[in-house]
Design a protein around this ligand. Structure first.
Ligand SMILES: C[S@@+](CC[C@H](N)C(=O)[O-])C[C@H]1O[C@@H](n2cnc3c(N)ncnc32)[C@H](O)[C@@H]1O
Length: 217
């Protein structure tokens, strides 16, 4: 099932401007694991505001971007579960903060592995418990599911990707900004705040992320 583009099209500017997306320890580690370099062909799947692609380009990669939403201005409008590229079209395929939206995660990881000749790097929020999943769904009807580290390892293994790096790290995000990005306010925002209350510190809340790399075997 393809994501309804209008939902993301109207959010595009907020994701381009988001501090949580533009920077972070997870983004720095992800870029290192991509092993960027002059002329390396790279793919950024579900590019959103283009923050991964921008960093890879600045380091010399030839980057193509995809996203299901035309409003994100990707090079190719495509669902992650069906990428319009031949096998091994890129040296590396990357995706960040998007897999929890994919309706068919198995197909999407399979596509990342199929189009990358050497490495796949994925970053996303990690499954914590049902309360966080409920909060995510109230905040954003397009949320599907976060996955645990063991589920991620299984997803990679099932496509033949050999995991050679896997790090889970805290990700502190401004709670007001996180809610505002999806237009979550009023009673819905109050319900979310209650569900994540035990994970908050001042104006921020912590939703850990996984940074995982697999090599084609
Ligand atoms: C949070 S944003 C991505 C953030 C971006 N990768 C970054 O690092 O800043 C999530 C993106 O996933 C895209 N998306 C959601 N479901 C998708 C799907 N099934 N296939 C491709 N893109 C999808 C949305 O359009 C949106 O641009």
């Amino acid at each position: 099932m393809t994501v309804a583009p209008s939902i993301w099209d109207e959010r595009a500017e907020r994701y381009r401007d988001s501090d949580a997306h533009r920077s972070g320890e997870d983004l720095d580690l992800m870029i290192d694991l991509c092993e960027p370099g002059e002329g390396i062909r790279a793919l950024d799947v579900a590019t959103g505001g283009g923050h991964v692609a921008d960093r890879l380009r600045a380091l010399g990669c030839e980057v193509a971007t995809t996203d299901a939403a035309p409003g994100m201005n990707p090079d190719f409008v495509a669902d992650a579960a069906s990428l319009p590229f031949v096998d091994d079209a890129f040296v590396l395929a990357a995706t960040r903060y998007a897999t929890h939206h994919f309706r068919d995660i198995d197909a999407a990881v399979g596509e990342l592995a199929r189009v990358a000749s050497d490495r796949v790097v994925a970053v996303d929020t990690v499954y914590q418990d049902d309360a966080v999943e409920e909060a995510e769904l109230i905040r954003d009807a397009d949320h599907v599911r976060n996955y645990s580290e063991s589920e991620w390892r299984q997803l990679f293994a099932s496509t033949g990707l050999a995991v050679d790096s896997c790090t889970v790290m805290d990700k502190w995000m401004n709670l007001d900004a996180w809610l505002a990005r999806t237009g979550c306010d009023g009673d819905r925002a109050a319900a979310v705040r209650e569900l994540v209350a035990s994970r908050t510190r001042g104006s921020d809340w912590n939703l850990p992320v996984i940074v995982i790399r697999g090599r084609a075997s």
